[in-house]
Design a protein around this ligand. Structure first.
Ligand code: SF4
Length: 80
């Protein structure tokens, strides 16, 4: 662990490990319109019917915003 001035005073430094969006379809009940689709700032998420959403990897900027709209935690950010 790196010793920093912030750690000396007990402050946590932000985790800068690169993360990518992962869609865990088994967690999605697939019985509703996904609220995360309209929350995505770049339109990377799409949904067919009430199935689990899919992400266009070419558009996704891995910001993680969609994960805050998925209550069953089917959308998660995971370390690369
Ligand atoms: S991580 Fe960000 S850019 Fe990627 S699908 Fe979610 S909201 Fe959209």
């Amino acid at each position: 662990m790196a010793f920093t001035l912030a750690s000396l005073f007990g402050f946590k430094t932000p985790d800068k490990t690169p993360k990518t969006l992962n869609i865990l379809k088994h967690r999605c009940p697939q019985n509703h319109r996904c609220p995360a689709v309209s929350a995505c700032p770049v339109g990377a998420l799409s949904q067919k019917g009430q199935k689990a959403p899919t992400a266009d990897r070419a558009l996704c900027i891995n910001c993680g915003k969609c994960t805050r709209y998925c209550f069953p935690k089917a959308l998660v950010m995971e370390k690369v």
